[in-house]
Design a protein around this ligand. Structure first.
Ligand SMILES: [Zn+2]
Length: 167
């Protein structure tokens, strides 16, 4: 079982390991700076022995909720799915884990996945956040377009001063 998104390295290192973790709203309480706060995601963690190496795969499947649509600013839920593979390496050296290799100490018992899961959720969200065709509120889209046009027309006195310097 996991506690605070920690996995037992003893279990993982045997290979053929499978664990499902739910990432819900409460997960984000420790990430107060996070723009993402509402999700219903299942993370499937698997480990496998491949030759002498140990692989760790993390699959995310679910929904990120309460986002704002880029086009109409309406409430938006996005379905996400991602699968990321890591190699787990035991080393006594102090090495920084990266997006391919997770380093663990030979005497380490637990592996905390909290930060890793957080980063993977953020990475799985597409850059374009918008409703599917025709699901946007047309009225709002028009209003936002108008507002954006106005914004461009109003000149910024700081820029005007810079322009004068250039002349
Ligand atoms: Zn929309």
């Amino acid at each position: 079982m996991y506690n605070n998104y920690q996995l037992s390295l003893n279990d993982i290192s045997k290979g053929d390991f499978l664990q499902k973790i739910n990432i819900k709203d409460s997960f984000f309480e420790d990430f107060s700076y996070s723009e993402i706060k509402y999700t219903n995601i299942t993370a499937t963690i698997k480990s496998e022995k491949i030759g002498k190496e140990l692989s760790l795969s993390i699959e995310l499947d679910g929904w990120v909720n309460n986002l704002l649509c880029d086009l109409c600013a309406g409430d938006l839920s996005i379905k996400i799915f991602s699968k990321t593979n890591f190699i787990l390496k035991y080393t006594a050296q102090k090495l920084e884990s990266n997006d391919e290799i997770i380093y663990v100490k030979p005497n380490q018992n637990k592996l905390s996945l909290k930060h890793l899961l957080f980063e993977l959720v953020i990475l799985s969200i597409p850059n374009k956040r918008q409703h599917n065709n025709n699901e946007c509120s047309n009225e709002m889209v028009e209003l936002i377009k108008k507002y954006k046009k106005k914004e461009k027309k109003v000149s910024d006195p700081r820029w005007d001063a810079l322009k004068k310097l250039k002349e």
